[in-house]
Write a protein that binds this ligand. Structure first.
Ligand code: ADP
Ligand code: MG
Length: 462
């Protein structure tokens, strides 16, 4: 496994056993049911093990977590003389991701002396404090809360040898760049840094050059969607979306469905409506408490809840292996977000379906998405569905006309280009603008979906 020629020769038949991991890691990999490394793992693990800095890009759901976690654990186990010191730090944008990464770590460190702790906002400081003071080898943290702990002297990072910046693109979206930079200033320069991202947008270049040294690039089909996902568009009038959704749910094998809406308000409303139709439903968005969010996820994972209705930020990176369908009740604002959303299904090569309800207003975005997919998406219409049912009286559930998209919001600040109007949420969002960004919460300056990044799809399509 020393040189690249070797890798090329055996690219398609590579086994985990080829990495010569510690026996305990090997047995944990077998227990996890991982047969062979995914493409990003195949190419990133050797770089990680060799101690090189790394930029790894691969879409959501392709196994990036194990790609950095396994080399870290291998290195910690190779030199156990430093047990009790924090030698690895993984920084990630949301609490859910921190928990998921930690679950992966625990899975692969079972039976070893390696310990890990998570650090994120929205829950008490004390338990995290205690965990940090006992000297864990790996910390998985969201930026803001980690800085709180550093400022209180609870987390000492001067022994960190391995740093991972996970979901780097999303960290930038969420406004974490200053926090991440400050964190970098507490970590020794002499270290290995691995940056992982679903996309490598130009904005990432600065963070990359601030944090990495002579990085190797491992790029696995950036912005190409999971192959097993079947995409379909369902053209419909705005006022018939919920009816069509219910029809789709009743005619599909709805084991485990993740539905995306544009706003929290819409998520609540949709969940309420399908709940009334008899489905076990939960909602995931950033207005929910950490406990509510965890409970929603746990119930969804265990199958207690069939349908999870979510906004983009809340669902970012969520890994639920059994998701059978993703339904975009509202089309996302960028083609990248579309790729991220449908990355929830068809994970690690399972079959999945991605259905998107579209109105005539969504045509431009559909074209963007098709450009990134490099293929047209099939349009489907449902038989025995009344597409011509008249609209009821206008309600707040309907989108404002696109023409108002670039208007001045009340209060005089210029609207961001490409940002959709948020109706009644506008004043509340403006009021929160001065508050600092908190971990796991959306950036105050954007809607409750992912941050709007106009033209990102054009970048990704090149
Ligand atoms: P990413 O970080 O790229 O979004 P994750 O690391 O969350 O992806 O992995 C997605 C899913 O794939 C997880 O359920 C994980 O357990 C599974 N997985 C990862 N690597 C493998 C593998 N080599 N074989 C089978 N499943 C895997
Ligand atoms: Mg990930």
């Amino acid at each position: 496994m020393q040189d690249d020629d070797w890798l090329d020769l055996f690219e398609n038949i590579m086994q985990f056993s080829d990495f010569s991991f510690h026996p305990q890691i090997q047995s944990a990999i077998r227990k996890a049911g991982f047969d062979k490394p995914t493409p990003i793992q195949e190419r990133a693990i050797p770089v990680g093990l060799a101690g090189h800095d790394l930029i790894g890009t691969a879409q959501t759901g392709t196994g990036k977590t194990a790609a950095f976690v396994l080399p870290i654990i291998q290195r910690l186990l190779t030199d156990t003389s430093k047990l009790g010191r924090t030698r690895a730090l993984i920084v990630t944008p949301t609490r859910e991701l921190a928990e998921q990464i930690n679950t992966t770590i625990r899975r692969f460190t079972a039976g070893t002396p390696i310990r890990s702790a998570t650090v994120y906002g929205g829950v008490g400081m004390q338990p995290q404090d205690r965990a940090l003071r006992t000297g864990v080898e790996i910390i998985v943290a969201c930026p803001g809360r980690l800085l709180d702990h550093i400022d209180r002297g609870a987390a000492s990072l001067n022994g960190v040898e391995m740093l991972v910046l996970d979901e780097a693109d999303r960290m930038l979206d969420m406004g974490f760049l200053p926090s991440v930079k400050r964190i970098l200033s507490y970590i020794p320069r002499q270290r290995q840094t691995m940056l992982f991202s679903a996309t490598f947008a130009p904005e990432l270049q600065q963070l990359a050059s601030d944090s990495l040294r002579n990085p190797k690039r491992v790029d696995v089909a950036t912005s190409a969607p999971t192959k097993t996902v079947a995409h379909a568009l369902y053209p419909v009038s705005q006022h018939l979306k919920t009816k069509l959704l219910l029809k789709l749910l009743s005619t599909t094998d709805t084991n485990s469905v993740l539905i995306f809406t544009r706003t929290k308000h819409r998520a609540n409303r949709v969940a309420e409506q399908i709940g009334r139709a008899g489905y076990n439903t939960a909602v995931l968005h950033s207005n929910k408490s950490q406990n509510q969010r965890q409970l929603a996820l746990d119930n969804f994972r265990s199958g207690k809840v069939q349908i999870l209705v979510a906004t983009d930020i809340a669902a970012r990176g969520i890994d639920v292996a059994t998701i059978s369908h993703v339904i975009n009740y509202d089309i996302p604002d960028t083609a990248d977000t579309y790729i991220h959303r449908i990355g929830r299904t068809g994970r690690a090569e399972r079959e999945g379906d991605a259905m998107t309800l579209v109105t005539s207003e969504d045509n431009a975005m559909v074209r963007d998405i098709e450009r990134v997919l490099k293929a047209p998406i099939e349009r489907r219409t449902l038989q025995d569905f009344d597409y011509s049912a008249p609209a009821p009286v206008l309600n707040e559930f309907q989108r404002e006309p696109r023409g108002q998209q670039f208007r001045q919001p009340r209060g005089g600040q210029p609207a961001n280009r490409g940002q959709r109007p948020q109706g009644s949420q506008q004043p509340q969002r403006r009021a929160a603008n001065s508050a600092p960004q908190r971990d796991g919460q959306r950036p105050k300056s954007s809607g409750d979906n992912a941050t709007r990044r106009p033209n990102r799809s054009a970048v990704a399509a090149k």
